[in-house]
Design a protein around this ligand. Structure first.
Ligand code: XMP
Length: 513
């Protein structure tokens, strides 16, 4: 068992972000239920404890509390936000409802750097989110930092190794927050920095084997980063006990199905079943032009086809593998009911595991996207897969404006393939967030040779972004744009004109729908 930092989870959505910051320091951590007995932590070889934030007030009837014995284990403890209030409450200080709720940016002034703030500037931008606050220090503690709204924004009892901070060091908006966490882990707890992606993989493999035993796992492979990495990890863990299902919905990009077959079937030798459902999807989409309607049809048909195919190969399968990442988990709890949650509609195989009596295996559930990419690379997935641009679940279905036909899809697919080739050849594919073509059902006049033409329009959508929440159009070199345009109009039959989308998000979105 490696040296472990225990993160006790008091219900904050940021608990996993704390764990992620710890991984960034190459230290091993484990998230525990808030009530975990101190004896269990001792038995697990815990060398330090972090008390997470949480939405409750320490005085609330339903407030989560730790086993008070954790303060007698003799290991350092760091309380963050609700965690520092718990320390105050349990160790003889006082916590009160604050008049002004402190939320968002604030400024921290460090009075005594001690070990926690070692090496940091005296004044830092921080991010707060709390209603209650500490109003009296517990015996043995001193204040180490203040904020505009709190004289106890940082506190410590050096002798016992207890540290508390009222703000959130784990979020990106807190300046040097990662250094504070590192100071706690390395400087205060003496944790070794030797936990790597390889160790994560080894641990996941062991965990999957333990969960699955000799059972069989079915996994829906989309070709995207998440399901690809989940497949590679599951395959490493259980080899032939894994069966992957890839649904060809007829809305894929050119060559995609062949690429999936080649990589997973031929290279990894995964038991891969390709379901050709293109005709069914197209039949159901016939004449439909309203975007949300299209999405619903694609989503529903996907679940139906996927369920059917699982039934036909189920055998003794007990498990359904999924490439769920931590941000998906937060999204589904925090914005349920909000229209934004529709974004993942096609992936939503929600009731399916229960209907089919399958248990879920989600080996990436605690990771963030960039970490998943690192795991994928370490498992030997090629760069095209690990660094693939996002591709919407409903595929080209949201990139053909108006009603969808086989002819329009073919034109879009061919134009998109040209764009993809040029983006790859120029290296810009990996430098932009997304680059794709949109089919516009508008015919315009042109000339080709001596002939007058009357052909469709392709729009190029080339965007830069870091999280898809906001985006800007990418300013690519004119000669590259020129090459893309002339190749598309020359090589793709049915396209007479190429236009460039120069809208940012907001107010536009990335996809046209
Ligand atoms: P928008 O168009 O809303 O897109 O700016 C934001 C990001 O989400 C992707 N996207 C989807 N991804 N299923 C997905 O898995 C979908 O239905 C879907 N719609 C949009 C889009 O490509 C962009 O990266």
């Amino acid at each position: 068992m490696p040296q472990t930092i225990a993160v006790l989870d008091f219900g904050s959505q940021l608990t996993q972000v704390i764990a992620r910051r710890i991984r960034e320091c190459q230290v091993y951590s484990k998230i525990y239920h808030f009530s975990t007995a101190a004896a269990k932590l001792r038995a697990d070889g815990v060398v330090g404890i972090i008390l997470s934030g949480g939405p409750q007030s320490v005085y609330a009837k339903t407030a989560p509390h730790p086993d008070p014995e954790i303060f007698r284990l003799g290991v350092p403890v760091l309380g963050i936000c609700y965690g520092v209030q718990l320390m105050g409450h349990h160790l003889g200080g006082r916590v009160a409802h604050s008049q002004a709720r402190e939320y968002g940016h604030g400024r921290l002034t460090i009075k005594r750097p001690g070990q926690l703030f070692r090496g940091l500037p005296r004044s830092l931008r921080i991010w707060n989110s709390h209603g209650d606050k500490l109003t009296k220090l517990p015996p043995g503690f001193v204040a180490t930092a203040v904020s505009d709204n709190s004289p106890f924004s940082g506190i410590e009892d050096k002798k016992r190794g207890f540290y508390g901070i009222q703000f959130h060091p784990e979020v990106f908006h807190t300046e040097r927050g990662g250094d504070m966490i590192r100071n706690f882990l390395v400087g205060i707890c003496g944790a070794k920095q030797d936990w790597t992606t390889k160790d994560f993989i080894a641990q996941s493999v062991a965990g999957i084997r333990e969960q699955v035993g000799r059972g069989r796992v079915l996994l829906g492979l989309s070709g995207g980063v998440d399901s690809s990495v989940a497949a590679a990890l599951l395959h490493k863990a259980i080899g032939p006990q894994l069966t992957c299902v890839f649904v060809d919905n007829g809305l894929l990009r050119k060559g995609e199905r062949a690429a999936v077959k080649k990589l997973y079937g031929d290279h990894f030798k995964i038991d891969l079943r390709v379901v050709d459902a293109a005709a069914l999807f197209l039949r159901r989409l016939k004449g439909v032009s309203e975007p949300e309607q299209k999405r619903k049809i694609i989503g529903r048909t996907f679940v139906e086809v996927f369920e059917q195919s699982l039934k036909s190969i189920k055998g003794r399968a007990e498990f359904l593998g999924q490439g769920t990442l931590y941000p998906d988990v937060i999204e589904s709890v925090s914005i349920g009911g909000n229209p934004a949650s529709l974004i993942k509609t096609h992936h939503n195989v929600g009731g399916l595991p229960a209907r089919m009596k399958l248990k879920l295996v989600e080996p990436l559930r605690q990771l963030f996207k960039d970490e998943v990419r690192r795991v994928g690379a370490a498992l030997g997935l090629p760069r095209e897969v690990v660094w693939r641009q996002p591709f919407p679940g409903p595929g080209l279905g949201v990139r053909v404006m108006g009603d969808i036909t086989a002819e329009k899809l073919e034109i879009l697919r061919n134009a998109d393939a040209v764009l993809h080739e040029e983006m790859m050849a120029s290296g810009f594919y990996y430098r932009v967030w997304q680059s794709f073509c949109v089919f516009l059902p508008v015919r315009t006049v042109g000339v080709f040779g001596d002939e007058r033409t009357y052909d469709y329009v392709i729009a190029l959508r080339l965007v830069e972004s870091t999280d898809a929440m906001t985006a800007d159009w990418a300013k690519l070199p004119h000669d590259l744009l020129q090459k893309i345009s002339s190749r598309i109009t020359n090589e793709v039959r049915g396209v007479g004109r190429v236009v460039l989308d120069i809208s940012s998000k907001p107010p536009a979105t990335i996809e046209w729908e």
